[in-house]
Write a protein that binds this ligand. Structure first.
Ligand code: 5GP
Length: 397
C-alpha cells in the first residue's frame, strides 16, 4: 500500500483488535486527522468502593478533618476542611460563605456579585479572606470588575477563582498568565480541565489549585450536548500526580452526590472537593422558595383528600437556559443550554447537611485507619465494583 511513515505516531488506536499499523495509516491518510481512543478503563465514583483496613482510630470522634495547605509562596494559607462550595447561583452566596466559614469550609462566590458588595464583604470581616474567593470570568468586563475589587482590597484578598466551562482554550491559559503577572500574591483556583497535560499547562501559567472535572456535575448537560467529558474518579487519580510534581493542588469539581463520593475524591488524592448540588436547596443559597401542593393519600373527616404543602428551591447549571436568561439576557442562538434546571426539596438545615458530610468523612477515615485527611489517600485502597450499594428501599425514603 505504501503510506508515509510520519503518519504512524498519530495512528488510530481502537482497542486491542486494531492490529496492523496499515489500518491506522490508511485511516490517518484518508481523513488527515489523528484519532486516539484510550483503551484504559476509566472510573467514576460509582465504579469504586474504599476497602477498609486495620485501624488504629478507636473512634471517629478523634479524626481531624482540618488540613493545612500552602500555595507556592502566595499569602494565602488554608487551615480548614478542604471542601468548597461551588461558584453557582444557589450555592456561592455571601450567606452560604459565612455559614461555611463558621465550620471552616471554603466558598467560591458566584461571579455575579457587584464590585461594591465584594469590597464590603471582604472589608467587613478579615476572616472571610481565608475562606472565600471571588470568581472571575474571562471577558474584559470580568477583568475590569475583578481588578477594581483586587486593587481596592490589596492583601485582604487572598484567593480568586477563574472559572470557565472549557479550560482548554488558549484564551483561558493567557488569562491565567495575565492574572499571575498582575496579582502575584493571590492564590488562584482555575479550571476546568480533565487531563494531566492541561493541568500542567494551567500550573505553568500560574494556577495554584487546578479545578478538575468536566461534565460530571449534578445539573450539567455537557456530556449529553457535546459528548465531551472524562470519568471523574480517574480525572482525580491522573491529574493529582501532575499537580503534585509541580507543588500545586487540585480541586475535584462536580459529580459528588453523597458524603461517600466526597470521601472517595479525597482518598483518591484530591486536595479539595467542590460541591454544587450537595449544598444547593438550603435557604442560605438565596433562591426563592416555591410552594407546591400535593393531594395526599389520606382524607379528612369528611372524606376529602388532604392537601400537603411541600417547599422547593430552583437550582440550575450555570450554562443552562435559566442562567443565561438571568445573567446574559437569554441564550445566544449559537450556543445550546449545557445545564438543566431542577426543583430541589427545601433542605432546612445547612448545619445538618454539613454534619452528615463531615460525619461520613470521619467514618471513612476510621474505617481505613487514617487519623486525618492527609493520611487518607495513603491508607485507602479501592476495589472496582458494579454495585456500590443496595437500592431496594431507596424510593421509600
Ligand atoms: P455538582 O457538585 O453539582 O455535581 O457539580 C458542581 C459543578 O458543576 C460546578 O462546580 C461546575 O463545575 C459544574 N457546573 C455548574 N453548572 C454547570 C452547567 O450548567 N453545565 C456544566 N457542564 N457544568 C456545570
Amino acid at each position: 500500500m505504501g503510506f508515509p511513515g510520519d503518519f504512524a505516531p498519530n495512528c488510530l488506536k481502537i482497542g486491542m483488535d486494531v492490529g496492523p499499523n496499515q489500518l491506522c495509516r490508511r485511516f490517518r491518510g484518508k481523513l488527515g486527522a489523528s484519532k486516539v481512543i484510550s483503551e484504559d478503563i476509566k472510573l467514576d465514583y460509582d465504579d469504586v468502593l474504599i476497602i477498609p483496613g486495620r485501624s488504629v482510630v478507636a473512634s471517629r470522634k478523634i479524626v481531624n478533618l482540618e488540613t493545612s495547605v500552602e500555595f507556592r509562596g502566595r499569602i494565602a494559607h488554608f487551615n480548614g476542611i478542604p471542601i468548597m462550595a461551588a461558584n453557582m447561583d444557589g450555592v456561592g452566596t455571601f450567606e452560604m460563605a459565612d455559614r461555611l466559614k463558621s465550620r471552616k469550609l471554603f466558598t467560591c462566590l458566584t461571579k455575579f456579585h457587584s464590585a461594591g458588595d465584594l469590597i464590603e464583604f471582604f472589608s467587613d470581616d478579615a476572616a472571610r479572606s481565608d475562606y472565600c474567593a471571588p470568581t472571575i470570568g474571562i471577558s474584559d468586563d470580568d477583568w475590569k470588575h475583578f481588578k477594581t475589587v483586587a486593587d481596592h482590597l490589596g492583601d485582604k484578598l487572598r484567593y480568586a477563582c477563574l472559572d470557565v466551562a472549557n479550560g482548554y482554550t488558549e484564551r483561558f491559559v493567557d488569562c491565567v498568565d495575565r492574572f499571575r503577572r498582575t496579582f502575584p500574591s493571590i492564590a488562584l483556583i482555575a479550571g476546568n480541565v480533565v487531563t494531566p497535560e492541561q493541568t500542567v499547562r494551567l500550573i505553568e501559567a500560574g494556577t495554584d489549585v487546578v479545578k478538575v472535572g468536566i461534565g460530571g456535575g449534578s445539573v450539567c448537560e455537557t456530556r449529553i450536548k457535546t459528548g465531551v467529558g472524562y470519568p471523574q474518579f480517574s480525572v482525580i487519580m491522573e491529574c493529582v500526580h501532575a499537580a503534585r510534581r509541580m507543588g500545586a493542588r487540585i480541586v475535584a469539581d462536580g459529580g459528588c452526590s453523597s458524603p461517600g463520593d466526597v470521601a472517595k475524591a479525597l482518598a483518591a488524592g484530591a486536595d479539595f472537593v467542590m460541591l454544587g448540588g450537595m449544598f444547593a436547596g438550603h435557604p442560605e443559597g438565596g433562591g426563592s422558595i416555591i410552594d407546591r401542593y400535593f393531594r395526599s393519600e389520606e382524607v379528612d373527616k369528611d372524606g376529602n383528600p388532604l392537601i400537603e404543602k411541600r417547599q422547593f428551591v430552583e437550582f440550575y447549571g450555570m450554562s443552562s437556559k435559566t442562567a443565561n436568561e438571568k445573567h446574559f439576557g437569554g441564550l445566544q442562538n449559537y450556543r445550546s443550554s449545557e445545564g438543566r434546571t431542577v426543583l430541589l426539596p427545601l433542605k432546612p438545615s445547612l448545619d445538618e447537611t454539613i454534619n452528615d458530610l463531615l460525619g461520613g468523612l470521619r467514618s471513612t477515615c476510621s474505617y481505613v485507619g487514617a487519623r486525618n485527611l492527609s493520611e487518607l489517600p495513603k491508607k485507602a485502597g479501592f476495589v472496582r465494583c458494579s454495585n456500590t450499594h443496595n437500592r431496594v428501599f431507596e424510593d421509600l425514603v
